[in-house]
Design a protein around this ligand. Sequence first.
Ligand code: DP6
Length: 367
Amino acid sequence: MTTSPLSVFSTDLARTAKIQDDKLHSAWRSPSNIALIKYWGKKEGQHPANASLSMTLSQAFTETSVTALRSQGPALLININGDNAHPFLPKLQVFFQWLIREIPVFNGFSYCVETKNSFPHSTGIASSASGMSAFTLCMLDIASQIANVDLSREETLHLASFASRMGSGSACRSLFGGFSVWGESDIVAGSSDQYAITINDLVHPGLDSLHDAILVVSSRPKSVASTLGHSLMNDHPFAGARFMQARTHLEQILTALKAGDLERLGNISETEALTLHSLIMISRGGGLLFEPGSITIMRKIKEARDFGLPVFYTLDAGPNVHLLYPDAASDKVEAFIRSELLQFCEDGQVIFDHRGEGPVAITERND
Ligand code: DP6
C-alpha cells in the first residue's frame, strides 16, 4: 500500500516543536469549478469511477476563515453564510472528524469557521467544491502554524487536493487554476484517484480566457444531493457504458483542448451534461432535475449556434445552465443572454464567470 501524502505531512508535523500561541487564524478564497467531463459514480475510498476534467472558475467562490483557539478541543463551530443550521454543515462536520483523525496536531484546539459564498448554495453550482477546498486550505495552514513548518504553495495545493477530495470529490479539482483532471487514467500522465493535477501545459493558449456564464434558473436546493446521486451509479443499468464513454470523451476533449478547438470541446461538454441528466433521470430514486427554463435555454443556445454564435452549454446535477464561449464573442453572447435568456433565470440571476487562477490566501487578519 502506498503512503498517502497527508500521512507523510502529519508524521513530519508530529516531529516539530509546537508553537505556544493560544489563537491562530487562516483565511482563503477558493473558487468553484465546472466539470466538462463529469465525475458521476465513485469507488471505495472516495475514488472516482471515471476520470473527470474541469475548468476552475473565478467569480463563483467561497471565502472561509478559521480561527483556532487552544482548548480541550477539538470542537467545531461553523457559520455558513450567516446560517448556523445550513444543510452543508453535516458534510463539513464529517470531513472535520476525518481531518482530526488524519492530523493529530489538530487536537487541543477548537475551531471557529466562518464561510461565505459569492453564489447561492446547493444550486448545481459546485458550492461543495469551493467550500471544501477553502476549508481544507485554512485547516492545513493552521496545522502548519501549530507545528511551525513552512509549506510551499505547490505543496499546500497538492496536499489540499488530496485531503479535500475526502470532503467532496469535485473539491480536489478547485485547487488549481485553469484546467484540472482528477482520476487515474492511462490517457493523462501523472493522473491519480487520490488528487487532481493541473493540465494547463496541454491546453492551447486560445482557451486561456474561456468564459462561463452561469444562468441561475433556480436557487432551490438540489433534489438529488451529489453524494446520494453517485451511489445511484452502483447498480445503474448503463454504468459500464457510461464509464467507457467518459474515457472516450476525456481523450477527445484533451485533443480539443490541445488544438484550441472550442466547437469540439463544446459538443463534448453538452453530451456530458445530457448524459449526466439522462443517467439521473432513469436511476431509481433519481428524477428530473431540469426546470422548464433549463430546457428553453438549451434550445435557444442551439438555435443561436445555428446562426453562427459560438456558444455551448453544460450543467451539473441541477437546473442551472453554464454557457461556454470564447472571449472574442463575449459582447455578442452576453447581449444574447440579456435579451433572450435572462427572463428564464430566477430574479434575473446570472454570474458572468471565466477561467480562473485558483485559490488565494486572504491575508488581512480580522482578529
Ligand atoms: C455532477 O463532488 O459534489 O458536479 O464527492 O459526494 O461530494 P461528493 O460529490 P460532488 O459531485 C459532483 C458531481 C458533479 C460532476 C462534477 O463536478 O464532476
